[in-house]
Design a protein around this ligand. Sequence first.
Ligand SMILES: C[S@@+](CC[C@H](N)C(=O)[O-])C[C@H]1O[C@@H](n2cnc3c(N)ncnc32)[C@H](O)[C@@H]1O
Length: 306
Amino acid sequence: MEKKQDNKIIAKPFVKWAGGKGSLIKQLIAYLPSNFNEQEDITYIEPFVGGGAMLFYMLTHYPNIKHAIINDVNQDLINCYLLIKKDPAKLITLLMRMKDEFYQLPSIEDRGRYYYQMREKYNEGGFSIKERAACFIFLNKTCFNGLYRVNTSGKFNVPFGRHKTPKICDEAVIMADHKILQRVDVFAGDYNRITKHLGKKYNFIYIDPPYRPLSGSACFIEYTRNVFDDAEQMRLKAYCDMLTQKNCMIMQSNSNSVDSDGKSYFAKLYDTYYINQIKAHRFINAYAGKREKETELLIMNYVNHQ
Ligand SMILES: C[S@@+](CC[C@H](N)C(=O)[O-])C[C@H]1O[C@@H](n2cnc3c(N)ncnc32)[C@H](O)[C@@H]1O
């Protein structure tokens, strides 16, 4: 069933996102349920969608996915998905204006000042909702490393990235994403709100929460003001059990976190699930000669008979 559309602009993430799955997709799809291609009416669900690398891949390659549901707790990120779905032309106009203003400035210092003015206005809530979506993308493209990080008061605090030629407005990608998003219902909030939107037939749910650190217990990637600690990992496990009761197919990514007793945290927590290790794109050791890749986990409530 997998179909590649070689000559077309393929829909893909419109922002860079911490924990983005772009480089792991081939490994992830190898663990889809073995009967996935035979299903005719799949609802694809991503409750922690972030940049949506897996979402855009799945929707461009599996025509048997008739409908999708996405959600993220980051309201501003979801605001961008909604604008791309409903009014991409407006987003492109706003982004083009920001791009022109940015590139007209002769020096990197002037561009840095422009970035900090935009960041301040964004943090003060000085934009209309559509301008706020454009500013979110502008900041993502021009900030340091495409990070999204907020301080304890919820203010975006990533510094200017000093990139020479950031692609502030990728019109082709926005239009390709617009087309794909017509099949997608988009929600903002805690992941548990997607339950009432499950499809009637075959639900496949890809769960990509903030990872548990390799050792320790709280996630320090500050996607939001709320910390994703062990209590959150346990709440998510209970949620997966509830979805399993509803016959949903679940695939979850998480870290290969080990406790002080040397045992795998997730092997204990998900003791009735199937767990496989895949190679992450991060290296354990930065020194030449020891560049062994870190592993991470795929936790599933089905066997895929690989
Ligand atoms: C690892 S990232 C997902 C990355 C995504 N798969 C990609 O390719 O870009 C985790 C996401 O979970 C979101 N998040 C954190 N807590 C959440 C919650 N309680 N409910 C829904 N989303 C949450 C964060 O805003 C972040 O976008």
